[in-house]
Design a protein around this ligand. Structure first.
Ligand code: ATP
Length: 519
């Protein structure tokens, strides 16, 4: 750009798509309506002479069976048709083998960026780090970043060969290098690190606020984020606007001169930021979180509430809708129909299954024990992602419980080694994803040590061999479990956790929930 001219820029953004290429049963969000809105915003911006950039804060993968079963092909192709310019690689992009992520990069006609992921073998960056765009005379650098928590919560089977580096140092060095090489007018980080108000990131890895505060001033003009799945709307400095609802005004965060923006999740909103660049000075003219056919509860005169649209109805783009409808139908076909029955709720709610033994965990473990002929079995509570309601059970219900496509495996233990292993895994506290769910196993601990153990009601015989069922996630070190995959006695099958559970229901329905009640 030349210094004496005034330039305008519109940034459009979404994040944490999580398989939501299709609208929900109420008609909320969905990529076809998103395209209509974005086409309109892009046209308006171009008419006003703005450069336009459309970014995503990542986590395209995992959350809806129709998408998961097709490895998010409709989501990545839908984003391409909407015209995304770039996205950050999120932790859930590692829920599948790296070969799938490679395929997804092929489906996308825009780059999947991350500057802080290193291939341990080569020592080089595993992904494209940044891209410099030329739009309407403006040079805009976009750097991708991924939460270092991916190393902790991601699937060790797939991320074992990758190192997730601290974003601050990576960003400072890279932004300096890009500035030298390209002299961009604007520098943006598109991140999947989370926005934590006033940098209170708690047990999570530091997020966007920490990044903005730690960098030298003027390193980044803005951070377009994801991961925490909140609308970033501030009431005042370092205070969140807890009253934000669809359709209301939203003030993004600003830290150390860097704007921080995030559009909640699932394509519920499109974020729109309009900037003016004059003499190297970037000014935010307007910011909006535009709802995509979201309903709010409106209070009526008689005191009751009624759901009403928060925005004027957005007609889904017909071509994109038709394109995605084929995927939706194909996905739905794979999961339709009843596969079994259960007479009462099987408990998999997050606030139960990470705290106490539940009937659903026992059903799951029984299914996995059956697959490999095990004496007992374990899983980590965090791996149970949903409950199953009383009544007919569909494959879709199963896939909500097990979205990750883990393989069922077993370990043949010598008694003493088993004792040592259980000494570790029975220690994980409640309120963590690692919390142990177990079946046909009982134990006692005192003074922080294992004192007693029974397998299937019998005292552990240290001279005997026992077979334990486990999934490939925990066996490869997921949730901090000791790594088994490299040990003698470990065998993995090709059956996934969802297939095992599905088979259990087809073979054992009607399932009586009380038979699986934890004692
Ligand atoms: P995000 O916050 O990015 O959406 P998330 O929702 O998966 O990530 P949590 O809700 O904290 O984060 O869940 C993490 C837990 O999920 C882990 O502790 C683990 O128990 C479970 N988990 C994650 N990935 C897998 C996997 N591939 N297989 C089985 N369990 C998994």
């Amino acid at each position: 750009s030349s210094t004496d001219e005034i330039y305008y820029l519109t940034i459009l953004h979404t994040n944490d798509n999580h398989g939501r290429f299709w609208h929900n049963e109420k008609g909320e969000y969905g990529m076809a309506a998103r395209k209509t809105l974005i086409d309109q915003l892009r046209n308006e911006a171009k008419q006003k002479g703005h450069a336009v950039l459309l970014l995503s804060g990542g986590d395209i993968n995992t959350g809806i069976p129709e998408s998961d079963l097709q490895f998010a092909e409709p989501d990545f192709k839908g984003m391409s048709l909407i015209g995304y310019d770039a996205m950050a690689i999120g932790n859930h992009e590692f829920d599948n083998p790296l070969s799938v992520l490679k395929q997804q990069q092929q489906w996308a006609n825009f780059p999947l960026l991350s500057a802080n992921i290193i291939d341990k073998q080569t020592g080089k960056n595993a992904f494209e780090q940044y891209k410099v765009f030329d739009k309407q005379g403006l040079k805009i650098a976009v750097i991708g970043l991924t939460t270092t928590d991916t190393a902790k919560i991601g699937n060790p089977q797939y991320i074992g060969g990758l190192e997730f580096k601290e974003p601050v140092a990576v960003t400072q060095a890279l932004a300096d290098k890009i500035k030298q090489q390209y002299q961009p007018d604007i520098t943006i980080a598109v991140t999947h690190m989370g926005h934590y108000v006033d940098a209170n990131y708690g047990i999570n890895a530091p997020g966007d606020v920490t990044l903005a505060r730690s960098l030298e001033k003027n390193t980044l003009d803005m951070i377009i984020g994801g991961h925490s799945q909140e609308p970033v709307c501030m009431a005042s400095e370092n205070t969140n606007d807890d009253n934000f609802k669809p359709g209301m005004a939203c003030k993004p965060d600003q830290q150390n001169g860097t704007w921080i923006m995030q559009a909640h999740e699932w394509g519920k909103y499109v974020g729109k930021a309009e900037f003016k660049l004059e003499n190297g000075q970037l000014t935010l003219l307007d910011y909006k979180l535009l709802p995509v056919n979201l309903y709010i509860h409106q209070e009526q005169a008689d005191g009751t509430t009624k759901p009403v649209l928060a925005n004027e109805y957005i007609t889904p783009n017909p071509e994109l809708k038709a394109f995605l409808a084929d995927y939706q139908a194909k996905g739905a076909k794979q999961i339709e129909g009843k596969i079994g029955y259960v007479d009462a709720k099987l408990e998999g709610d997050r606030n139960k299954v990470r705290y106490q033994q539940t009937n659903l965990a026992r059903v799951i473990i029984t299914a996995q024990m059956n697959t490999v002929g095990a004496d007992f079995g374990i899983i980590s509570g965090g791996g149970v992602r949903d409950s199953i309601a009383a009544g007919e059970v569909s494959y879709k219900d199963i896939l909500k419980v097990h979205p990750f496509k883990n393989r069922i495996a077993y370990m043949d233990w010598q008694g003493q080694d088993l004792w040592d292993y259980l000494e570790v895994v029975t220690r994980f506290p409640p309120d963590s994803g690692a919390y142990l769910q177990y079946h046909k196993l009982s134990f006692e601990r005192s003074d922080n040590a294992l004192t007693k153990m029974m397998i299937n009601g019998q005292k552990l015989d240290k001279s005997k061999t026992y077979r334990m069922s486990i999934n490939s996630y925990n066996a490869s070190g997921g949730d901090g479990y000791p790594v088994l995959v490299t040990r003698k006695g470990y065998v993995s099958t090709d059956e996934t956790d969802a297939q095992a559970l599905k088979r259990f229901f087809t073979e054992n329905s009607p399932v009586k929930a009380s038979e699986f009640a934890p004692q």
